[in-house]
Design a protein around this ligand. Structure first.
Ligand SMILES: *[C@@H]1O[C@H](CO)[C@@H](O)[C@H](O)[C@H]1NC(C)=O
Ligand SMILES: *[C@@H]1O[C@H](CO)[C@@H](O)[C@H](O)[C@H]1NC(C)=O
Ligand SMILES: *[C@@H]1O[C@H](CO)[C@@H](O)[C@H](O)[C@H]1NC(C)=O
Ligand SMILES: *[C@@H]1O[C@H](CO)[C@@H](O)[C@H](O)[C@H]1NC(C)=O
Ligand SMILES: *[C@@H]1O[C@H](CO)[C@@H](O)[C@H](O)[C@H]1NC(C)=O
Ligand SMILES: *[C@@H]1O[C@H](CO)[C@@H](O)[C@H](O)[C@H]1NC(C)=O
Ligand SMILES: *[C@@H]1O[C@H](CO)[C@@H](O)[C@H](O)[C@H]1NC(C)=O
Ligand SMILES: *[C@@H]1O[C@H](CO)[C@@H](O)[C@H](O)[C@H]1NC(C)=O
Ligand SMILES: *[C@@H]1O[C@H](CO)[C@@H](O)[C@H](O)[C@H]1NC(C)=O
Ligand SMILES: *[C@@H]1O[C@H](CO)[C@@H](O)[C@H](O)[C@H]1NC(C)=O
Ligand SMILES: *[C@@H]1O[C@H](CO)[C@@H](O)[C@H](O)[C@H]1NC(C)=O
Length: 821
């Protein structure tokens, strides 16, 4: 220890003498010949977008050279590139990043040995320099002729693909460039998951360990990747594709250069695109694939169980994490090992109920059919007799699994889509067994268990009775339920009504026969006190168009909200379900639109604090017995807090309702709800999902088409759900169409307030024909163009020519209404 300290002091001492001559004094973006960078110094790009220097990721003691954002994400360095990802510097000593005599950039450790180098041989390198660009690209180039680039970090990405960079396939060397995840959050080393362009050069694939592919973008069709239809409604990224005999690659840029956005091959095995949200000071994730964590191949490792909810992975009973330290930081790749090793012939089986293997990985990749086994017992023997068999399942036919069990997945509560799997365990671990060689003993044991179970049940029921009595009313009308109350009311959460990012909803009946909907919350980052205070705030909000909160439960880490049950379910069920027995007629739809607007107006304007709902969509509009609409899930944005944006965007279907400001990162106001409401109103009018695919090219993205029709003051009946066969009040329809189009304007100051929407729908206020929202307008213009979007300003004039009514609106002050006199 002492000798190490002495060495260090000696080195520091030496450094003091050496430093002033060769190191920087002030921030610069360039390293010139002979200069070097030491641990406390950084390189900063010209406009200070990026910074390069030494860093230690997470809790790691290791040091790396990397590039991170300088202006955003200041508290937490967001690293976009790492030079020596697999050769970390370990000792606290005089590391040095140096432009060496041969023109290469080299990283020297304390022994002055190169641990990383740009490693280029070129005769022109006698006059090189290194520059960190504002795009995050570190370039080694000819000082005399800067267009001569010898090496650049964009050609050697780690896990992040920045705008302007590309991920290519080189047809000459037959090598694909990889975007590879970090090993885990504390280790930027080359991880297991990588994204690459496949050798056809037309599609991206994600694979684990470069062998098991589990996601593909589908081929590029000139506009979008066929497996990524949501690219249609992309108005942020300008993708372009290059393919020739030497190479193929995609690159992307941002239409609005002030948006900070990055594309990452994440440690979760998912690709994620996120933008910096200045208001929340956090990365806002708005797209990821595969959408489900459990669809990542072998994410939980051998004998791990993947759960769509957090924590993602747990070891099966009888197993423990192979590497607890990594497991603890959500690196599950090590998988699980047996707590007790198998004895082969005396092993037993434990039942895993209702599990499944991911849809994108056929279970028979791992399992073998045993056609000769014609019953559950024979199937069991087939497995027991082969020591490498680790599980079997019998449902009609017999399947056995040999070796490690991978990608096992939990099915959601109450969802019977899984299989019953029998897992082999050593006898001593007390496998919960259905029948062994000694049926008599088991019979007796089962009898005892059954008896104890009965006793337990009686006691339990009694206790439930007791505890129902102890539920106490707090804060006005809210009831604090015990977990047991709710378990009992919902028959142990057996009847699932729906699920979402915040948790699943179950139907239940209270002892007084009131029917309730109990929502089990997930991803709550809050303590009990804060939860209770938020809940009591939500409890005070009552309006005929808002779902009423009856009570809550907060026990340990369990958090539930209890609402009135709505017999007619959610709006989406009635709108989009072709089989729905009752199709909603126009009158009912209009009342739903109006009622929803009233509910939102109450949230925005009438409550003590303005409540932004943040997640308006048909799934969150519930219908009571009389089809009176009730807005659900309000107040949850605040309750869920930080996690909210993550949940929101990983949820299927939500994306289409999000206002542009969610992505550009400006502060979210009540006008974000207005935007989502507008998107939903279009769906109420048309009876179809906005982003539904259609054969008819023109109707691909309904709001685009509708906005044009509306702004041209064309026949609005064409926009109406064809199933209504034109039976609608044309004046009401016109109002609804116009107001929907105003709601989805890009500029939030052009959108009406919810209060104004109510007045317009009530007919108290007139509404002018709306302009086409700019982002949608771009979409209309470029339909069929290879670049889905292009410069908006240059197109504006042609749009003005073609739609005269819209143009007069756009030019003269944009105004929503002219007062009715
Ligand atoms: C770097 O800076 C930290 C604090 O700013 C200081 O404690 C440390 O001694 C410095 N190291 C070197 C090598 O200058
Ligand atoms: C920084 O990152 C850590 C781990 O990801 C997180 O727990 C913490 O909240 C972050 N801090 C800020 C200020 O974002
Ligand atoms: C440079 O490249 C050569 C061969 O291409 C390789 O053997 C050597 O390890 C590389 N050096 C460094 C420091 O990366
Ligand atoms: C670098 O080398 C080239 C030829 O290899 C030579 O023409 C040029 O003068 C050299 N430049 C410097 C700065 O030494
Ligand atoms: C990755 O693949 C290599 C062989 O291609 C194999 O040796 C290694 O064990 C694999 N690693 C994991 C974690 O599966
Ligand atoms: C890739 O190179 C091969 C020869 O190695 C050539 O036959 C093929 O046409 C090239 N691919 C493209 C897309 O040009
Ligand atoms: C492909 O590479 C060859 C040799 O490097 C070059 O002559 C040719 O121009 C390249 N083709 C394209 C389209 O860049
Ligand atoms: C896992 O992390 C928790 C805190 O986050 C810590 O208390 C525990 O000791 C860790 N376990 C291991 C095995 O590292
Ligand atoms: C057990 O199963 C493995 C994998 O299918 C097979 O290779 C092996 O031959 C089997 N052993 C016996 C004894 O049947
Ligand atoms: C670009 O984004 C910034 C910040 O998000 C925003 O203020 C600005 O209005 C946007 N510009 C355009 C042309 O949309
Ligand atoms: C989109 O990207 C292409 C290729 O990089 C570029 O030529 C074009 O100007 C870009 N369009 C816009 C609107 O930025």
């Amino acid at each position: 220890m002492r000798s190490r300290n002495q060495t260090w002091m000696l080195l520091s001492f030496l450094l003091l003498f050496l430093a002033p001559k060769t190191h920087f004094c002030t921030a610069a973006d360039t390293i010139s010949a002979g200069q070097s960078l030491i641990p406390n110094q950084t390189l900063i790009s010209k406009d200070e977008n990026f910074e390069l220097g030494f860093f230690q990721p997470g809790t790691s003691p290791n040091s790396y050279i990397g590039i991170w954002y300088k202006k955003v994400s200041v508290e937490n360095k967001t690293v976009v590139w790492v030079a020596n990802r697999d050769t970390p510097l370990t000792d606290l000593a005089s590391f040095e990043l140096k432009l060496s005599e041969d023109g290469n950039l080299v990283l020297l450790n304390q022994l002055k040995v190169a641990v990383w180098s740009t490693n280029i041989t070129s005769s022109a390198m006698n006059s090189s320099e290194v520059v960190l660009g504002d795009d995050g690209n570190l370039v080694l180039r000819n000082r005399v002729k800067p267009s001569d680039v010898f090496w650049q970090s964009f050609d050697h990405p780690t896990d992040t693909w920045l705008p302007g960079g590309n991920i290519r396939y080189d047809n000459r060397t037959k090598k694909a460039q990889l975007l590879t995840s970090w090993k885990n959050i504390n280790d930027p080393g080359t991880g297991l998951y990588s994204l690459e362009l496949d050798p056809t050069g037309d599609q991206y694939v994600i694979s684990r360990n470069r062998t098991q592919r589990y996601w593909t973008s589908g081929p590029w069709n000139g506009r979008i990747f066929s497996g990524v239809p949501e690219m249609r409604s992309n108005y942020i990224y300008n993708f372009s594709y290059t393919k020739n005999e030497n190479e193929s690659y995609f690159t992307y840029s941002l239409y609005n250069a002030s948006i900070v956005s990055r594309f990452v091959m994440d440690v979760s095995g998912q690709i994620k695109q996120s933008s910096w949200a200045a208001n929340t000071k956090n990365w806002f994730l708005f797209w990821s694939q595969p959408r489900q964590q459990c669809d990542v191949y072998d994410f939980c490792g051998a004998f791990g169980m993947c759960d769509q909810n957090l924590p993602s992975c747990t070891c099966l009973d009888g197993f423990k994490p192979r590497t607890p330290k990594e497991w603890n930081i959500t690196d599950y790749s090590g998988g699980c090992v047996r707590q007790t090793s198998l004895q082969c012939n005396t092993d037993e089986f434990s039942l895993l109920q209702n599990v499944k293997f991911p849809a994108n990985q056929r279970s028979n990749q791992q399992s073998l059919a045993v056609p000769s086994a014609s019953g559950a017992d024979e199937c069991k023997s087939a497995c027991l007799n082969n020591c490498s068999c680790s599980a079997y399942a019998y449902s009609g036919g017999c399947s056995v699994w040999n070796g490690d069990l991978l990608s096992l997945q939990k099915t959601p509560d109450g969802d019977g889509s899984g299989i019953d799997l029998y897992l082999r365990l050593a006898a001593s671990t007390g496998a919960k067994n259905k029948g062994t060689r000694t049926p008599a003993i088991v019979g007796a044991a089962a009898g005892i268990v059954a008896f104890l179970g009965l006793v337990f049940l009686v006691v339990w029921r009694w206790r439930i009775r007791q505890s129902v009595g102890t539920s106490k009313t707090v804060e006005g009308s809210l009831v604090a339920f015990t977990y047991r109350d709710l378990q009992n009311a919902t028959k142990n959460f057996s009847e699932k009504l729906g699920g979402g990012g915040f948790g699943s909803v179950f139907k239940g009946t209270l002892p007084d026969t009131t029917v309730i909907a109990a929502k089990k919350l997930e991803a709550l980052g809050q303590g009990e006190k804060q939860f209770r205070s938020e809940v009591s705030t939500i409890g005070t909000i009552q309006h005929v168009n808002l779902v009423r909160l009856r009570g809550f439960c907060s026990e340990g880490d369990k958090r539930l909200l209890v609402y009135d049950y709505m017999p007619n379910g959610s709006l989406d069920h009635h709108m989009f379900n072709q089989q729905a027995s009752k199709m909603l007629n126009w009158k009912v739809r209009y009342q739903i639109a109006l009622g929803t607007a009233r509910g939102l107006t109450y949230l925005h304007e009438k409550c003590r604090d303005c409540i932004i709902h943040c997640d308006i969509k048909p799934e969150n509009i519930l219908l009571d017995a009389d089809f009176c609409p009730k807005v659900a899930d309000f107040g949850l944005a605040k309750l869920i807090g930080r996690e909210f944006s993550r949940v929101l965007t990983t949820m299927r279907g939500t994306r289409g309702y999000l206002a542009p400001e969610w992505i550009s990162g400006v502060a979210i106001t009540a006008k974000a709800d207005v935007y989502s409401y507008g998107m939903m109103l279009f769906e109420i009018i048309s009876g179809r999902r906005n982003s539904e695919h259609s054969e008819d090219e023109m109707v691909k993205f309904f709001p685009t088409w509708a906005a044009r029709k509306i702004s041209e003051d064309e026949e609005v009946l064409a926009l109406l759900d064809y199933r209504l066969e034109g039976t609608a009040d044309v004046e009401e329809l016109t109002r609804a169409c116009r107001v929907a189009c105003w709601c989805i304007q890009d500029d939030e100051s052009h959108r009406p307030t919810m209060g104004q929407v109510v007045q317009i729908l009530e007919g108290v206020m007139e509404v002018n024909p709306p302009p086409i929202p700019r982002t949608l307008q771009v979409l209309v213009e470029n339909e069929g163009n290879i670049h889905f979007f292009s410069e908006t300003t240059s197109n504006r004039s042609s749009q003005t020519r073609s739609t005269s009514s819209a143009s007069s609106q756009t030019k003269s002050n944009i105004s929503l209404t002219s007062s009715k006199t």
